[in-house]
Write a protein that binds this ligand. Structure first.
Ligand code: B12
Ligand code: SF4
Length: 473
């Protein structure tokens, strides 16, 4: 079949910081879906409306000229309304073409999403196997009840089939269909080189942070690609697309230490001119590992540290200590790996005092970059939302209403009777000012900037953060 996969434009509903940064990174999930469908023998196209900045009319025209037999759309929850508007527009243009929705949102709200007639089918969760079975069934008019992990309408009823098992061996999944986008069109303010690609080397995270929603991601069971499989994809990116930098999007890159050791050793042997960054946890690194990662080209690690108060860390089940954070960052500094930390403000049980401790801790750690995000009561599938809803801090049906189209904020800040959201936002601004407007920090940043354009970018970012009316993420 001829299938067109669409990544809708979402800029208008992105968080304030995302909007300022104007990053455009490849639609990895869609590229995986495209590769799986192609392997099954279908003809596939990808339109990234966000990267191309396409209006609905322009997207519609491109879509019409492609004449797809099936359309697939990727969406998260905050962007669902935009994705739905896109689907409605396309449905009017091509009324006979079935529209399938997938992406993290469909894992959280499969049934409510199907209340909208413009969406014909939903793929729930990990999509590679399910989409192939669904498209086959559409093509051959087969019984949909046999397909796991989908949601569809029949006789005015919404039917959800039993969940699809997670893919056990990630090495069996074909590499993303990189040839279906122009990788050179993407840009990212934090990348060091123009020619970069994104990759995901593992799926799932076995930890249990209070705000994390395993359904909206890849579950709690950690599954990883082998070192050889990752190296093979990098080789393809390096030799065919001249990619010189990889951003690993794994939730927690170093869960399996041995895999990373193997990966680094193989990468070192290749002697490629390649640098990379990843995200992990401070309790999952040690000096030896950091040293090896640096040798293998790792230039930045992102750590979620979240709070500078041990009690808050415990309450949110972060499973790390301040000591571990200090050690991890010290090792990174020693081996010249940049550190990007994430802190949250206004977490459950927080007070102004604990937020001050967080800011102080960030200054003490002195990473190269950090964010201080006000806590969002995001999505219904996590314990932070439940905690807030049980106490009446957010309506229990907030997200159901949001998905049904009520005009609610996609980033509702957590507000308790002890801590108002305005106070948290004020602290977030104070934190950014204190962190980024230190003379020592500015001088170091200027020294690091390779050219005036880069310097302008940083200045713009810094000033925007200070003058943002409302920081929501
Ligand atoms: C990288 C990233 C980004 C990048 C996206 C780059 C890009 N062009 O894709 C940036 C920084 C731009 C971004 C932005 C946002 N993001 Co984001 N992001 C991620 C992150 C860390 C990795 C995404 C990824 O590439 N995963 C790997 C791929 C393979 O997985 P996947 O996309 O989920 O795709 C699989 C399935 O979902 C499904 N699938 C996906 N699309 C489709 C389409 C069809 C038709 C089908 C059948 C199946 C299908 O099949 C895929 C393969 O199995 C995830 C966390 C995570 N670990 O996933 C958060 C995550 C996806 N983001 C999230 C959010 C909320 C956002 C923003 C709204 C926030 C913001 N900053 O404004 C925006 C909205 C973006 C959008 N278009 O909707 C949430 C979504 C939660 C939810 N339930 O909705 C996540 C899960 C993080 C979290 N908080 O839990 N994000
Ligand atoms: S470590 Fe990250 S991905 Fe894992 S549960 Fe915590 S927040 Fe979620």
């Amino acid at each position: 079949m001829k299938i067109l996969l669409i990544y809708p434009r979402y800029r208008e509903v992105a968080t304030s910081i995302s909007r300022i940064l104007e990053n455009k990174t490849p639609p990895l999930g869609l590229l995986y879906i495209a590769a799986a469908l192609r392997e099954r023998g279908h003809s596939v196209g990808v339109i990234d409306a966000e990267e191309k900045n396409l209006s609905l009319v322009e997207l519609g025209a491109t879509c019409k000229s492609y004449q797809p037999q099936v359309i697939g759309v990727s969406t998260t929850t905050p962007t669902f309304k935009k994705a739905r508007e896109t689907a409605r527009y396309l449905k009017n243009l091509l009324p006979k073409t079935p529209i399938i929705f997938g992406g993290p949102h469909m894992a959280s709200f499969p049934q409510i999403s199907l209340e909208f007639e413009e969406i014909d089918y939903g793929v729930v969760g990990e999509g590679e196997i399910t989409i192939c079975e669904l498209v086959d069934a559409i093509e051959n008019n087969q019984d949909l009840n046999q397909i796991k992990g989908i949601v569809f309408r029949k006789n005015n009823q919404i039917i959800q089939t039993p969940p699809r098992e997670m893919i056990k061996n990630l090495d069996e999944i074909p590499f993303p269909a990189w040839d279906l986008i122009n990788i050179r069109n993407y840009r990212y303010i934090m990348s060091k080189r123009k020619a970069f690609a994104t990759m995901i080397s593992s799926r799932g995270c076995p930890y249990n942070c209070l705000w994390c929603d395993p359904e909206g991601r890849f579950g709690k069971i950690f599954r990883a690609r082998s070192a050889d499989n990752i190296i093979r994809e990098i080789e393809l990116l390096y030799s065919q697309y001249n990619i010189k930098e990889i951003l690993f999007y794994d939730d927690t890159f170093t869960v399996d230490r041995q895999r990373i050791v193997e990966f680094c050793n193989k990468l070192i042997n290749k002697k490629w001119d390649l640098i990379w960054e990843c995200r992990t946890r401070v309790n999952l690194v040690d000096e030896e590992l950091i040293k090896l990662m640096a040798k293998a080209g790792c230039y930045r690690i992102r750590f979620g540290i979240e709070s500078g108060n041990e009690n808050v860390l415990k309450f949110v089940r972060k499973g790390i200590t301040k000591e571990q954070a200090k050690n991890a960052i010290q090792w990174c500094k020693k081996y010249k790996i940049e550190v990007f930390t994430y802190f949250m403000l206004g977490l459950p049980t927080e007070t102004e005092e604990t937020m001050k401790e967080t800011i102080q801790f960030a200054l003490e750690l002195n990473p190269e970059y950090t964010t201080f995000s006000p806590t969002i009561a995001f999505n219904k599938g996590n314990d932070l939302f439940r905690w807030a809803a049980e106490r009446g801090y957010i309506a229990k049906d907030y997200w159901e209403k949001f998905v049904r189209g009520e005009n609610l904020n996609p980033y509702p800040l957590l507000e308790t009777d002890k801590l108002k959201k305005e106070v948290v936002q004020r602290y977030s601004k104070i934190a950014y000012k204190k962190f980024y407007f230190r003379i020592k920090y500015i001088l170091k940043a200027i020294k690091k900037c390779k050219n005036p354009i880069e310097l302008k970018k940083y200045l713009f970012l810094g000033i925007s953060l200070i003058f943002l009316k409302e920081i929501n993420g």
